[in-house]
Design a protein around this ligand. Structure first.
Ligand SMILES: *Cc1c(COP(=O)(O)O)cnc(C)c1O
Length: 487
């Protein structure tokens, strides 16, 4: 058995570190080792418990209600507010859309109005639940255009969405104007605070300028807030709050139409591990309100120092002054963000590439954690060095033949042969018979039919960046399909 755990640890050594404040996307680190230990112990203690039936595991219901109560107090919720713990931000968003759709069975072709910066989870919800999207361009400050969104509401609209903040740019939408417009048409308004919901209320308490976005805003009917982001809990929990029980009603699902137990679910999962919920409860109890205030002070100090520091790095700029803990960086024509990401990775920092979209340039995304604060000077030094190296290398270019190859492909009908052709044209795969033997000295063995990722991703990202969004989706799906092969 110790062999198995040793192998597990060896496998994990190839992953991004989840602690240490040097991974600026995917993970959120409080830097509190004792709290982390409590979270891990709670996951282990509840790994086998089943949230399927709250009468069989009443402790899980107690913990869920206490977490929801904490969120209600944080988000200015009136006493009528109810909520559920879900598995993550995507599930919270999916349920907000599903509930909005099913609250209006009279509408044959339901629609939702989204700012262009809304999280991709809303497009997933559209795909799963057949709710059409009306995507409204955002303003020059990357915030939703409330007037244009109001104008986009029609008789088939079941939901209007705002972000607090948006993932890509870290700014809070004008929630008051959006929610007022939705309420005037009798339409639900969901605020996606998956990433900001646990930190913005503390920012306001610290005296920072935070535009109104919580239940204090009339017309906001539901809010999603992830625990596994800025509540710094282990992965697997988010909260979806509804202003009233009636608004939550369509989210419930029961089926007595079979010979087994009556299935009764508040979220998408049925059997669900008690581990994430117990861990979230334990971490939130351990950190507590004052602890989150202190962590917020730390993370905003880190954000402010990063924003200031970027100002003295040539060729680089902050795209928009962040309202929260997310920073988007863009460069001038002397370098490109993908090379900066590679250089940072080589120096032991993970920063996330974001493709260009509509008129917005490709950027580098930072989700700053409290644990990054002690390392901000190191971070800025690494960033300055990465930019310098990226300028020396010059902007990455994509082979015109590869551009032409991509342009000639139809994303709706991308075949395995097309994908192989592109891999060969772009040099990502050579002779398929020679690769995949487990000895990929040229790069990371990514598994699956000899597909090997290069150490440096700038060329791959630049290639994706010249493709249309539909083509990027098709290429990435083809790629994931290759990766996921049994071994
Ligand atoms: C992270 C995020 C989501 C999706 O959450 P997951 O936990 O990754 O499923 C939705 N909206 C926003 C704004 C987010 O930042």
């Amino acid at each position: 058995m110790s062999d198995v755990l040793a192998r597990l640890r060896a496998l994990q050594a190839g992953d991004l570190p989840v602690h240490g404040g040097r991974t600026l996307a995917y993970v959120y680190d409080s830097g509190l080792a004792d709290v982390d230990e409590v979270g891990r112990a709670a996951v282990a203690a509840y790994a086998g418990s089943n949230g399927l039936d709250p009468t069989a595991f009443p402790s899980l219901l107690t913990m869920e209600n206490e977490l929801v109560g904490f969120a209600c107090r944080l988000l200015g919720a009136p006493s009528s507010t109810v909520g559920s713990v879900t598995s993550g931000g995507t599930e919270s968003v999916l349920l907000a859309v599903q509930g909005a759709r099913d609250s209006r069975p009279d509408i044959r072709r339901p629609r939702m109005v989204l700012p262009a910066t809304a999280h991709a989870a809303f497009h997933k919800a559209s795909h799963y639940f057949g709710v059409e999207t009306a995507v409204v361009p955002v303003g020059p400050d990357f915030r939703a255009d409330a007037a244009a969104m109001a104008a986009a509401i029609d008789d088939d609209t079941v939901l209007v969405v705002a972000s607090a903040p948006s993932y890509a740019h870290g700014v809070v939408d004008p929630v008051t104007d959006i929610a007022t417009a939705a309420a005037a048409r009798g339409v639900r308004c969901h605020v996606d605070a998956c990433i900001g919901g646990w930190v913005l209320p503390y920012a306001a308490r610290l005296g920072r300028d935070v535009p109104p976005w919580t239940f204090d805003v009339e017309g906001v009917t539901s809010i999603s807030v992830d625990l596994h982001k800025y509540a710094y809990t282990p992965k697997g929990t988010s909260i979806l709050l509804h202003r009233t029980p009636a608004l939550r009603k369509p989210q419930y699902f029961a089926s007595a139409d079979w010979p087994g137990y009556t299935m009764l679910n508040s979220t998408m999962q049925s059997t669900k591990s008690g581990g994430p919920l117990a861990a979230a409860w334990a971490v939130v109890q351990s950190i507590g309100d004052e602890g989150y205030l202190a962590l917020s002070q730390e993370v905003f100090e880190a954000v402010d120092r990063i924003v200031t520091g970027v100002g003295s790095i040539g060729s680089l700029r902050v795209v928009v002054r962040p309202d929260s803990t997310l920073v988007a960086l863009a460069c001038d024509e002397t370098c490109d963000p993908f090379t900066i990401c590679d250089e940072m990775a080589a120096a032991g920092w993970y920063v996330q590439p974001q493709m260009s979209y509509a008129d917005a340039p490709a950027t580098v995304h930072l989700s700053v954690s409290a644990a990054t604060l002690p390392h901000v000077d190191d971070f800025l030094a690494a960033l300055a060095a990465a930019v310098k190296a990226a300028v020396a290398a010059g902007p990455v270019t994509v082979d015109p033949e590869v551009v032409a190859f991509i342009a000639a492909l139809d994303p709706a009908a991308l075949s395995d042969e097309d994908f192989d052709g592109l891999l060969a044209a772009s040099g990502l795969i050579g002779d398929a018979s020679a690769a995949g033997d487990g000895d990929s000295s040229a790069g990371n063995e990514a598994g699956g039919e000899g597909l090997a990722l290069p150490e440096r991703m700038a060329e791959v990202n630049a290639m994706l960046d010249v493709a249309s969004p539909a083509m990027r989706e098709a290429l990435l799906i083809a790629f994931l399909d290759r990766l996921q092969r049994p071994c």
